[in-house]
Structures are given as structure tokens and as C-alpha cells.
Design a protein around this ligand. Sequence first.
Ligand SMILES: *[C@@H]1O[C@H](CO)[C@@H](O)[C@H](O)[C@H]1NC(C)=O
Ligand SMILES: *[C@@H]1O[C@H](CO)[C@@H](O)[C@H](O)[C@H]1NC(C)=O
Ligand SMILES: *[C@@H]1O[C@H](CO)[C@@H](O)[C@H](O)[C@H]1NC(C)=O
Ligand SMILES: *[C@@H]1O[C@H](CO)[C@@H](O)[C@H](O)[C@H]1NC(C)=O
Ligand SMILES: *[C@@H]1O[C@H](CO)[C@@H](O)[C@H](O)[C@H]1NC(C)=O
Ligand SMILES: *[C@@H]1O[C@H](CO)[C@@H](O)[C@H](O)[C@H]1NC(C)=O
Ligand SMILES: *[C@@H]1O[C@H](CO)[C@@H](O)[C@H](O)[C@H]1NC(C)=O
Length: 885
Amino acid sequence: MKNMKPPLLLFIFISVSLEALPISVTGKNVDVYRPTDDFAVDCGSSNSSTVENRNWIGDAADRSDYSPIGKTHSSITTLASSSSPRVPGTAPYLTARLSRSEFAYTFHVTAGPIFVRLHFVPSDYPNFRRVDSFFSVKAAGCTLLHNFSASLFADYPPSAGFFSKEFGLSVGEDQILNITFTPTPGNSDAYAFVNGIEVVSMPESLYYNTVVDSTEGIKLAGQLAPYTLDTTKVLEAVKRLNVGGQFVGPADDTGMYRTWEADDEYVTSSYIGGLPVNTTIQLNYGEQVPDYTAPDPVYTTARTLGTDKRINLSYNLTWSVEVETNFYYLVRLHFCEFQIEIKEPLDRVFKIFIDSQLVEDHADVISWSGKGVPVYRDFAVALLHHSQKKRTNLSVALGALPYGSTLYSDAILNGLEIFKISAPDGNLVGLNPDSTPRASKALSRFSKAPKIAIVAGGTSAFTVVSLLAFFLYRRRNRAKDSTSSDGTSWWGPVSRSTTKSMKTQGSSLPLDLCRYFSLAEIRAATNNFDRVFIIGVGGFGNVYKGYVDGGATPVAIKRLNQGSQQGLHEFRTEIEMLSQLRHLHLVSLIGFCKDAGEMILVYDYMARGTLSDHLYNTDNPPLPWKQRLEICVGAAWGLHYLHSGAKHTIIHRDVKTTNILLNEKWVAKVSDFGLSKVGPTSESKTHVSTAVKGTFGYLDPEYYRRQRLTDKSDVYSFGVVLFEVLCARPAVSRMAPMEQISLAEWAQSCCKSGAIEEMVDPHLKGSIVPECLNKFCEIAMSCLQDEGTKRPSMNDVVWGLKFALQLQVSTELEVTDHMGVSVHNSDDNNHDVAPIRGNDSDGAFSTSDSDSGGWKSGWGAAMSTRRSNDVCDESTTSYDSKKLP
Ligand SMILES: *[C@@H]1O[C@H](CO)[C@@H](O)[C@H](O)[C@H]1NC(C)=O
Ligand SMILES: *[C@@H]1O[C@H](CO)[C@@H](O)[C@H](O)[C@H]1NC(C)=O
Ligand SMILES: *[C@@H]1O[C@H](CO)[C@@H](O)[C@H](O)[C@H]1NC(C)=O
Ligand SMILES: *[C@@H]1O[C@H](CO)[C@@H](O)[C@H](O)[C@H]1NC(C)=O
Ligand SMILES: *[C@@H]1O[C@H](CO)[C@@H](O)[C@H](O)[C@H]1NC(C)=O
Ligand SMILES: *[C@@H]1O[C@H](CO)[C@@H](O)[C@H](O)[C@H]1NC(C)=O
Ligand SMILES: *[C@@H]1O[C@H](CO)[C@@H](O)[C@H](O)[C@H]1NC(C)=O
């Protein structure tokens, strides 16, 4: 490396406590930006007041422009009387506007991006209890807040008794911004309120249309494809930190009244680094990072890895901010090199991690911008994988590079901004702390819905579809009518007399079982079928991950290829079958869309993909044997339900490892009912004559020969699945030697010759108890019997597999007992298991049905409420994430 200087220089770190540091936080670039629109409304106040040179205009004055139109509006104004002494005694915290019906503010603004800030003092107001505020706020077509409880928000974590929420959004060419406050319906005490509203223009390319975004897109953590932040996205400021520096208030911002917090309480690494500062440097703002980007104090203070040479390579300097999961976030890192030692490129090069993913392996601020020249880098991160948790800590970490890659093994950060990005459907819906996830709400509808008789035949299925579409269309339009506005206002809040006569919910029409999505909703949920959201590709078309219910519910969206007759038939079959089947081990259909030639199915999102993914995709750690057995038991259970649980026998016809899905708790769910048939059982001596359909390698040879379909064809295919699980080898390996091409044939011959151990997945070597292996092979072999009538029923398979699991678990326990180690906790349930129960299909059934009511609100709940005589049914399939590798 050329020009490497000897590493003896030490940085001069001024790391003193902030209180003791007598620097002025007011930078030179205060107010360098003059917003075209700059409104500050003091809600509920009848006069105006000036706070820190800012004029807050009362909205309740008798004067023209700012008073609400008419006196009939039902919102009231009142004095705010917070019990907290920390609430400032100035506007906008002294008064409030409150209402139990909807009200709206209308602003006439210039088209383009703007800030909207809402100020809240959650408090008991006359006739409005603090705990009853539950409301939504909408603006520019986006839901900013949904069923928002200001009091819950303020108490988690406890705040000073007042807070504000800041949003960034774009106003269209109509130049009108409506901000609508709506109390949560269905709760007569619920009310909406607000103490202050700010609407302030932002520079055209401050957060949107930035130079980096318009040329190459924003780097998306962990992804190759960049992220584009277009102006349809709404941002919510989650955190804005002056790293290594002090609080910078709205009056000291560059003209946009933003607030910058100190970063101390967000540093979560074991070491907190050093705090360099340079109060004399003349900052040089460039064209790409103009002077209004952040106030000077942000760029003249920083945090670095520290002065201790021994530790700077041993840790990552880390900041963590708690955020809601299931959203994309924009993370902006501000940098400026101002330390005397750092002079040229390669002096201080470091790594940046976001959410533990490397986003920059050679961050070199000097080479990005030069000495004393502020610069920022934007990154996007999708927090979609933490599906179980409502909140998570979003981390930003800096790590040093070794000497040789850089002169100083160190890193620097000056400022940090984190924004939540609205979901593709335009929502920023937040969850109240402690509230139950909204996702479960949509789902629980299904479990309560009455079971309906199966509709057989293609034509009637189509009738169901069209009727359903019509019904939903009507319902929606009625809903639209009841919320249509009845007045407009320049600026003041508009009240809409909401008819409190809520439409009776939950008509008992079976059509309610399945939900109709408009194509627009689907497009919004998938960002117009953005490739980034594709999670699966098949002969039928693509599967996308998307979000519905305002971003709260992750779903899998299957878009069938257009125009195929075959596709249309399978589409109908799938809706017809799945909308009536609810079972723990069957994937749930949430709804569908048939619009503009599109055929789209919307399912529960299965976080862990297919069983096949976990057998063959080397990115996934190999599944332990016990877990594979549990997955087999679950899938067998689902097929058993299909065969004998519904009114008619349903034959799946396409059982294979890619059609067995796994949710985040590893619960197996049988999917893909497009080929399913309502049919007889093998005992009933009848059968369906049909063209042979299915997947090569899994196909029942008897069905193939005689073109007669019975439930035993699924049993055959499941036997192939069992051998796949044991051997982690596909049903068909075209490149293998002749006798090994078909897994079914090869496995059968190995079992007969006693050589099965040679086939077992090498990852499982030594972990399968011999008794368990024998039992497992016996079941799989019996499934592959040539004659269907000789194959076991799925019920037999379920119980056989449970027995195999039992053999595995009890032997493992014995072994550990001998070693004198107690590892029973996670497996305690298994001690209760009655050895083997025979044909107990009725008992099994009642459990499954009650499960379908319980599992959606949480597997744990279903477990704890089960009846004791059902213990046997579920305990061996207790998927506990603690037990996972
Ligand atoms: C503003 O109005 C409040 C009552 O709404 C009153 O108490 C206060 O004195 C007024 N302030 C000014 C400056 O007029
Ligand atoms: C830590 O940083 C100092 C100064 O930046 C450097 O001289 C030293 O070599 C680094 N320590 C290690 C272990 O690399
Ligand atoms: C601040 O920056 C100026 C200009 O680069 C430099 O001359 C001065 O030494 C710096 N001060 C500190 C404390 O690093
Ligand atoms: C820094 O964080 C990354 C990502 O989490 C991790 O891989 C790396 O080991 C960490 N480095 C140190 C020194 O802890
Ligand atoms: C985030 O980190 C903080 C501090 O380490 C911790 O108290 C909090 O529980 C974490 N939140 C989540 C959702 O993990
Ligand atoms: C609103 O939130 C509260 C508390 O988080 C919750 O109990 C209530 O069910 C929610 N209401 C709706 C309609 O989502
Ligand atoms: C804003 O509200 C007014 C009155 O409620 C309505 O006429 C207008 O269409 C709305 N504009 C937008 C852009 O939502």
C-alpha cells in the first residue's frame, strides 16, 4: 500500500461528559432552508402564540381562515392539563381538539414532499379519559396511524408526557393535504385528539429523489437488487441522532424544525467508543449534500471506536433502536472527517453492518467526500424475517479493518436517521404496545365461520366465485357511501357526522369464508408484482410475499399464469376446496382475486418455505431427525384430515415435499389443492376414472396403470416423501445410476436387502435410534405397496409415525438418563404420551377441529387449552422453537 504512514499517531479524543462540554450547539447553518409552506397549528386554541420565533396559530379563533367551518362540528376544544410537570407550558401543549367522530384538517400546499408532525399530550381531558384515545390518522392516501393509542404509546417506554410523530410524504398536483382523524369504530368511548399539527415543506431531494437513489437505487441490506424510494412511499421518522453530540432542538435545525437527539442511550456495544469533536472546522457542503441536510453540530461531533488500541479490533461499535417488524426501513448514516490525523484516503477505512448484515466493507469517508465535507449514505433494510416478533432492535454497527487495509483501525459516525417506510399498500400502520397482533384478527374470522357443505363440480365453484365477488362489491360500496364526506374546509377541522348504526357484522353467508381482493390491493401488497417479493416460482406462475391489512398480515400471493384453461380449473378447485377446509396441518386460503384476466390466490404466509427447501437447499442447516419426524407426523395428519375429516373424501393427488410447507414454528402444512378431487375411498369399491395427474416420481403405479384414483394414491406419494425425508434425496435423480433413478424403487430394494443405512442422509448418521429407523422404514415400505388396498390408511400412517417418534425420543431420554444429565424440559410432554393408540380417528378429529379455532391465535394457546384425553394427539408434535438447532 503506497504512502502508508507509521501507525504511531494517536487521536486526540475529547471524551468528556456532555454536560461538562461548554460548546454551543447552534451551528452556522441554522435556518439555511426556508420552507415554502410552513404551518404550525395550535389545535384547540383560540389565539396564536409565538414559541422560539415560531408562530403557532390557534384553530379555534373566531377569525376567518383558521376557524372551523360552521359551528356544528362535533369536535371540541379544551385546555390540556397534563399531570406531568415536564410538559412545556407553551403552544401547542396547552390546548387540544378532541372528538368521538371523524374530523379533518385541510391544508393547501405546494406539490412535493413535506413533513407532517403531529403533537400529542395524552392526558385526561374533561369527559375524555386518557386511556380511551384510539384513533386512526390518514393523509395523502396513507394510513399514518391506525387504532393508535396515545397513552399506550407514551407509556412504552415511559416518556415525558408529550411526544410528536413525524412523517414525510408527497403532496400531489391538486395541492391539497387532508389530515383526517377517525376514532376507532366499534368502541363508543374511543376518541381522536391532537394538540398540534405542523406541515412544513422539505427540500425536493432531501430524503426522496436523492442523487444516490436516482442513479443506482438505495443499497438494500442483504440483497443485490437496490431499493427505490419513490414518492408514493410515506416515511415515519423513528429516530434522529446527533451521534456523539448533544440534543439539537427544532429551532436549531436547518429550517425544517427537526429534532436531533443525543445518541448515548442507543449505544449498545460493550464499549462506547470515543467522542471527538472539532468546533473550529469550517464545514464545506457540496452539491450532493447541501447545507440544509443536517445542522452543523451533527457533523462536528462524532463517535469513534475509541482510544484503547487493544480493543478497537475486538468489537463493533453498535447502536440499536427498537422498531416494528414487517416493514422496510431507511437508514441514513451521516459522516464527516474532521480529526487532524485523518488526511487522505485509506487513513480510516471500516465496515458497516445493518441488522447484522454487511452493507459496506470499505467505508472511507475521506475518499467519499474529503476532509471537512459532510456526506451521508442511505441504506434500506427489510425487517421481514422476524415474523414472530412485533418489535425488534434494528442495529447499526461499525467494525474496524486490520492494519494493512487501513492506517487506523477505527471507524466514525456523526449522525444517524432511521425511517420506517410505508408498506407497498401505502400504510404505516403501527401496533400499539401490548396490543395483540392484528394479524390474528383477520384469521380468527375463519375459525369462527361455520363449516359448509362441499360444493362439487367446476360450474358451481364458478358460481361461488362470481356470487362472492358481487356480494363483496356491494358491501364495499355501501361502506364507501357511509364515509363519504359532507363538507370541505379551508384549513379548519371538518366534522363528519358518522352514522353510529354500524352495519351488522358477520352475515352467516358461507361466502364470508373467503375474502375477495381487488387487483389494486394485490398490486399494492406486492409493489406491483415487484421481483424483489418473489418467494417461489413454479409451472403455474410466481409466488410473492406481500402484506395486507395495512401491512400487518404477511401473506403468500400466488399469481397463476394468465389465459390457461388448465389454470382456471385449478384456480376454481383450489378456492372451492380450501375455503372449506380448516386444519392445523393444511395451509389456509385467505382469499383470492379474479380481475382483468388475473387469477390470484392469497394464503397464509409460511415463513420457513417448503420441506423440500430444508432437505436440499444447502443454505438451510440440515434438519435434525426428530424434527423431520415431527414434520412427517404433521403432514400425515393433514392428509388424514383430507381423506376422512371433511364431508367427502378429498384426494390431494399431488403430495410431494414441495407441497409441504412449514410455518415459523415448523408446523407442517399441506398445500396446493389445484389437482384435488372429491373421491371415494378404496374400501368403497368405487373410484374416480380420470386422466392421470400428479408429479413424476411420486405417482402411484396402480393409479397410473388403471387410471383409477383412490385415497391410497396419496398414501403412495406420501411413502415417497418419507423416504425423501430419510435420505434427503429427490424422488427422481436423473443423473444417478439406472437402479437409483427412482427413489421409491431404490429405497424398496435397499430395505429388502437390509442396506437402508447406506441411503440415510449422511447428516443423520448416528442420530437415528435403530428401532425408530426400522419402524419408519416399515411404514414407508407399506405405503409403497403395489396394491392400493394393501397400503395403510393415512390414519395408520399418523399413528405409525408417532410410534416411531416415541421410540426415538424415549431412547434418547434413556441415554441421557444413564449419563446422569437431565435434559427433560423441552420434551416433558412426551412423558405423558400413552404408548400407541389404535384407530382412534374420531378422537383425533375432535382435536383437529378445536385446533383450527385455536392455532391461529397462537400455537401455545391451542396447546394449553387442549383436553387431557387429547394429550396424545398433540404432545408429540410440539414444535418448540427452543429445540431447534
Ligand atoms: C389565549 O387564549 C387563552 C384562552 O384560550 C387565554 O387564557 C390566554 O390568555 C390567551 N392568550 C393571549 C396571548 O391572548
Ligand atoms: C487500534 O487503533 C490504533 C489507532 O487507530 C492502532 O494504532 C492500533 O494498531 C489498533 N489496534 C489493533 C489491535 O489493530
Ligand atoms: C479541526 O479541523 C481543523 C481543520 O481541518 C484542524 O486544523 C484542527 O486541528 C481540527 N481540530 C481538532 C481538535 O481536531
Ligand atoms: C461485527 O458484526 C458482524 C455482523 O454481526 C459480525 O459478523 C462480526 O463478527 C462482528 N465483529 C466483531 C469484532 O465482533
Ligand atoms: C432492544 O434492546 C433493549 C436494550 O438492549 C432491550 O431492553 C429490548 O427488550 C430490546 N427489544 C427487543 C424487541 O428485542
Ligand atoms: C385497538 O387497540 C387496542 C389496544 O391495543 C386493542 O385492544 C383493540 O382490540 C384494538 N381495536 C381494533 C379495532 O383493532
Ligand atoms: C380533502 O377533503 C376535501 C373535503 O373533505 C375533499 O373535497 C377533497 O377531495 C379531499 N382532497 C384530497 C386530496 O383528499
